[in-house]
Design a protein around this ligand. Sequence first.
Ligand code: AHR
Length: 331
Amino acid sequence: MRRFFPIALLALGLVLCSACGAGRNSPGDSSNEDLIVVGMCQVGAESDWRVANSESMKAVFTEENGYRLLFDDARQKQENQITAIRKFIQQQVDYIVLMPISESGWDSVLQEAKEAGIPVILVDRMVDVEDESLYAAHIGSDFLKEGRLAVAWMEDAFREAEDPVRVIHIQGTLGSTAQLGRTAALEEAVETHENWELPAQMDGDFTQAKTYEVMTEYLSSLPGGRDIDVVYCENDNIAFGALQALEEQGYACGPDGVSIITFDATRGALTECLNGRIALAVECNPLLGPLVETVIQDMEAGRTPEKHSFVEERVFTSENLTAALVESRAY
Ligand code: AHR
């Protein structure tokens, strides 16, 4: 009985608090009322790129910089991202930052955010919505351009080839902008190059574990081993899984064997590129935190941000890489 009053008061406090919004204009925690509240819906932690992307956001959106970050990891499920957005709407955050796992299925929930007056900033991938006013800005990579950079390298590397060029294609999460762009570039190139062949397309879901599994199964199914010229891996973790599977089954990867193409160019992949096991690494820059902050600061100042901003990206081979460059890579 003696403990009834404190517990009841605590419970009442929790009920009142959960009814309060998190944003600056809501009644609530007075110590945080000047902070800009950002609700962030991250895809998950499927790749080294993704981890670097989350770290870049967390380094920028700190209390010292004037923000309160509510970070949600959706564990690679779109339904978790939708639930998180609805929660951020209830909490009346000031901005929602969304890294959408796939392009479709966003109209309703983004409409709800719009009706609540909360601007949504898309980061990394895009959404496919009827009404562009459902998001304030998009910052990310031009994935089709990245794919075309890889194709340009292949055209050069196999310019003299008279025999078929056999390309194994391992895709990222199906329906994501990164997969759609990188896949479109390869498929259009296979259409226009008579001797390029695509004997297998597999879903590696941007992870090393899934790729190792599907690639091992594929290679084991080949009668007595077959010629493979290129493995087009839609991110670095796919490349690591493919390398492991190929080498375990006796394939050499490098200048005299299979050419591995990858996207992201994280330090791990650049190391393999420098030592020759990866032929080409196309950069995909995850360090987007400062750019997202610029958009928020523009909006805070009443300016309309650019609708789409793409980051500059490069390509790496063993010829333009140095050990110092690899060492200094931030991710
Ligand atoms: O959308 C960017 C892609 O998603 C990166 O290439 C990949 O590593 C990540 O998981």
